[in-house]
Design a protein around this ligand. Structure first.
Ligand SMILES: *Cc1c(COP(=O)(O)O)cnc(C)c1O
Length: 451
């Protein structure tokens, strides 16, 4: 920094760094001091430093640092921000997949404190951990006689593989060796448990005889994996669990989505009850896909052998390393017992309702937006590893693409879908109760971005 006093009489150019208030001074602002009390010093200081940076670069005035830092503070002591999912993708992996139901959120509040997760309050002795969620699962899935819950779908499958097939073979069709996202592949996951894969058939066609030839003393189980993020069409053939159940070895069906019973809109999506009825010994699934609950992995077994295997899986040492916490148990149980989930509501909403909401929002926003908002028809998808190829008719508010960044920067943030030079705010994945917040967030973003 140069010293202006040595430069003679001409006024020095204003050095913006001089005027930016020091961190201590900004943190002394009573509003920020209160925030430190609530959120902790690190998060508040980070917001202040960011605001100082912006003041130094000239983006804001030095006098605005405290206000800007305050506005940028997260609502809670986490940097996670709420995001309104206006992408039209019901299960958006980057947005945490399924939004929880109100019942699940209430259950989380109970579990957050100390609770009887592993205590029998009648006798005062240790109780079975997660008994409530197991009962709820058995009630929700006709034909299920036993259940276990692990951290996620991948953990459920790995646990099954480790328990039943370490040092043995998993017989699986070449058409079902899928990558589930972010570079993770089912075959690698299975082999990491010490099981060997015995691949049968071809990418497009696998027959019962292919499985029959591969079965032997080395077989741990036969695996059916639902290709949840792609479809194979054309000259294809796959073997139903019904036929596989006659092979004399356990049949494990990884259905992925967590659909427990059939859904009329998802005719191609396998459901847990259906798979058990058709002879699968065990079914594995995710909790936070179409089931609409927290991240979790389900292992369901039918009566007899399936129930025995679930007990073995539950007792297997690795199960302890994949144990779910009380928050997951509470949210999952409430998801299962409570009224319908937001995911289910998003799936089932008639498109006319969405069109009405889009028209109302566009009409409400246009005075602020100078008439650029337009209600349009749109196409939504399930996403997140469920119902590939399925499209759901939807409706959206279309805005000029240039507002997308300001929408993401808002509070709540709004994530739309960029399409044909526009930013579509698709309403299918969005709770109608959030329309008020959406309208406010859009108005604020447009003001921030300048019309
Ligand atoms: C999503 C999915 C998985 C992985 O489940 P997570 O809950 O994401 O761990 C495994 N198998 C299939 C078929 C899937 O669709």
């Amino acid at each position: 920094m140069t010293d202006a006093s040595v430069r003679g009489t001409t006024a020095p150019p204003p050095d913006p760094r001089r005027a930016v208030p020091r961190t201590d001074a900004v943190l002394a602002d009573p509003r920020l001091a209160e925030a430190v009390h609530r959120l902790g010093r690190a998060l508040v200081k980070r917001a202040v430093v960011d605001a100082q940076q912006r003041a130094r670069s000239g983006a804001i005035a030095p006098a605005e640092v405290a206000d800007v830092a305050l506005a940028a503070l997260p609502r809670t002591a986490t940097r996670l921000r709420p995001v309104l999912n206006a992408t039209g993708v019901l299960l958006h992996t980057n947005l945490g997949r399924a939004p929880l139901s109100a019942a699940a959120r209430e259950a989380l509040a109970v579990a957050a404190g100390t609770c009887d997760v592993e205590l029998d309050l009648t006798t005062g002795t240790r109780g079975r951990r997660g008994a409530g969620v197991i009962d709820a699962l058995l009630a929700a899935v006709p034909g299920a006689a036993a259940a276990h819950v692990a951290n996620n779908g991948a953990a459920a499958l790995a646990l099954v593989a480790a328990t039943l097939a370490t040092g043995k073979e998993i017989v699986v069709s070449r058409g079902e060796l899928v990558e589930i996202g972010d570079g993770f592949r089912i075959p690698d996951l299975l082999e990491s448990t010490g099981a060997r894969l015995r691949e049968v058939g071809t990418t497009n066609r696998t027959h019962l005889a292919d499985y029959e030839r591969a079965i032997g003393p080395e077989t741990g189980f036969v695996l059916k994996v639902h290709p949840s993020n792609f479809t194979v069409s054309g000259f294809t053939s796959a073997v139903d669990p019904e036929e596989l159940s006659g092979l004399g070895v356990p049949v494990v069906a990884d259905i992925g989505s967590g659909l427990l019973t059939p859904h009329p809109l998802l005719p191609d999506e396998p459901d847990a009850a259906g798979m058990l009825a058709r002879g699968a010994t065990l079914v594995t699934a995710s909790g936070d896909k179409i089931l609409g609950g927290p991240q979790a992995g389900l292992v369901l077994g039918g009566a007899g052998e399936g129930a025995d295997l679930v007990e073995r899986i539950r007792r297997f040492p690795l199960a302890r390393a994949m144990r779910v916490d009380k928050l997951t148990l509470a949210a999952l149980e409430a998801t299962l017992r409570g009224p319908g989930t937001p995911v289910r509501a998003a799936l089932d909403t008639p498109v006319e309702d969405l069109r009405r909401r889009a028209a109302r929002l566009a009409a409400e926003l246009n005075p602020t937006l100078g008439g650029v908002a337009e209600a349009v028809d749109s196409v939504a998808t399930v996403g997140g590893g469920g119902a590939p190829g399925l499209t759901l008719p939807s409706a959206a508010v279309a805005l000029p693409e240039r507002f997308a960044a300001a929408l993401r920067a808002g509070d709540p943030a709004v994530l739309g879908r960029l399409e044909g030079g526009r930013c579509l705010l698709d309403l299918r994945a969005l709770d109608p109760a959030d329309d008020v917040d959406l309208a406010a967030a859009v108005a604020a973003a447009v003001t921030a971005a300048g019309t």
